[in-house]
Design a protein around this ligand. Structure first.
Ligand code: AMP
Length: 209
């Protein structure tokens, strides 16, 4: 089955996608990470993407849709899409392109999301995620896994966080209504611990535990 994971930044959908993929063999497609990789490569596409990411704005639909169109095979089965769609135009595109079994919405209030993002860190080398409040690296600023430098993401600074959250409400939240018809939408309480969220997710997707 193909799944779409949606939620405000900081809702933990990326971690949940990763856990689900590891446990049940889904392919995890994390659009934000894919875009950050392109930024590092310093191509015209990467430079264009960077101008949006650094300020916390969404990359324009036509660029993102063309990118996804090339990356996703129409016949794929067992994909977790994380970070796409984020606009109604993207949502319409994806339901035409692949069969989507469930849209999973990780519901979280703005204040908790903001606090989580402000304390989020990432290894600059292997991309392991940390959180200074609940999962700090054992040695400050050093990755437990590879010894790489643990850094803050460029768009996890206060002004960009504020803009990303406001863009979520303005452009992404309306997709939930778009998907409400039928029984495809699953809502998960993302204010819980990662373990509890995973449990609720597995139960609601009716996967065998
Ligand atoms: P994320 O890691 O998912 O928070 O994404 C980081 C940034 O990548 C976002 O703030 C946007 O600038 C860009 N981005 C990720 N997904 C999308 C999308 N579906 N549409 C447009 N821009 C996106």
């Amino acid at each position: 089955m193909n799944l779409v994971f949606m939620g405000i930044q900081g809702s933990g959908k990326g971690l949940q996608a990763e856990l689900l993929a590891k446990r049940y063999g889904f392919e995890h497609f994390d659009l934000g990470s894919e875009l950050r990789e392109r930024v590092k490569k310093d191509t015209p596409f990467g430079r264009m993407v960077e101008t949006y990411i650094k300020d916390g704005n969404l990359v324009p639909d036509e660029e993102i849709i063309a990118f996804i169109n090339k990356k996703i095979d129409d016949n794929i089965k067992g994909l977790v899409l994380d970070g796409f769609p984020r606009t109604i135009a993207q949502a319409k595109f994806i339901v035409d392109k692949i069969p989507v079994k469930h849209i999973v919405y990780f519901s979280l209030d703005d204040q908790t999301a903001t606090n989580r993002l402000a304390s989020r860190r990432i290894c600059s080398q292997c991309k392991t995620g940390y959180n200074l409040l609940v999962k700090p690296p054992k040695v400050p600023n050093v990755c437990d896994v590879c010894g790489g430098k643990v850094v803050i993401r460029h768009d996890d600074h206060a002004p960009a966080i504020k803009r990303r959250i406001s863009k979520f409400h303005e452009l992404t939240e309306p997709i939930i209504d778009f998907f409400k018809e039928g029984d495809k939408l699953i809502t998960i309480n993302a204010a819980q611990s990662p373990e509890m969220i995973h449990k609720e997710l597995v139960g609601k997707l009716k996967l065998t535990s």
